[in-house]
Design a protein. Structure first.
Length: 244
């Protein structure tokens, strides 16, 4: 009875927006779908690769994207990955004055040496370097205590170059986009770093709370407004182990 049903003469009477989606490798249904698309007025016909006949099997995203765009006029695409991480920002104190005093060539050599020293320390604390900007380094850790200890070790290591650094850390959810981290947590860490004194490792209250019991000691630096970040933030200086 199914094979005896023929509604081809009714296709031209369809007056609503129509989406026809088919798979190229499904030969029988592909031919029928092309016929539907050709005879339904204004129908949108989409050809997808593969042979999955049922839309809930195989490459579902391709079909869902087409349906979403047909219904809403746009498709969102894949959502960015989000991870919980401790973000570290560290940069050279007084870098502009130092660059002027040294000149371009010697300053560039110092920066390369500085980055080399920093990069020797990062892997020891299971850190992922996310990039450099100017005279600063952005890195992420899977634990805040390791981030703090790494920051102190970096400050100690670069001191042999006659370089002082300031560092800020914050823990929060980050977006991973094309291998880079972004989001409000990254901005917060940058704002914290900007408030750190020379040689200081400054952390948000989130970091301090997460490392309770680690043996790391802190000194309060009061509450601060972080540009572009809502609310006031209690900040704390992480004290090096030898000075605690």
């Amino acid at each position: 009875m199914v094979f005896e049903i023929d509604v081809r003469h009714l296709l031209s009477a369809i007056g609503v927006p129509t989406l026809v989606v088919y798979r190229t490798a499904d030969v029988m249904h592909a031919a029928g779908s092309r016929y539907l698309g050709a005879h339904i007025p204004g129908a949108k016909v989409v050809e997808l690769q593969g042979s999955d006949y049922f839309p809930y099997l195989g490459d579902q995203d391709a079909i869902l994207d087409e349906i979403e765009e047909f219904l809403t006029g746009e498709r969102q695409g894949p959502q960015p990955d989000r991870i919980l991480a401790t973000i570290l920002f560290t940069d050279i104190v007084g870098s502009t004055d130092r660059a002027v005093a040294l000149g371009d060539h010697r300053w560039r050599d110092l920066l390369e040496t500085f980055y080399g020293v920093v990069r020797r320390e990062l892997p020891r604390f299971r850190c992922v370097e996310m990039g450099t900007a100017g005279d600063g380094v952005l890195a992420t850790f899977d634990g805040p205590a390791r981030g703090i200890r790494c920051a102190h070790k970096v400050a100690e290591a670069v001191a042999s170059l006659g370089v002082n650094v300031r560092t800020g850390l914050h823990t929060g959810e980050c977006e991973i986009i094309d291998g880079n981290v972004g989001g409000i947590a990254v901005h917060t860490a940058a704002r914290v770093a900007a408030l750190a004194d020379s040689g200081e490792v400054l952390v948000s209250h989130t970091v301090k709370d997460l490392v309770a019991g680690s043996g790391i000691h802190f000194e309060s630096r009061g509450k601060h407004a972080l540009k572009g970040v809502p609310g006031e933030w209690p900040l704390f200086a992480a004290i090096p182990q030898r000075a605690a």
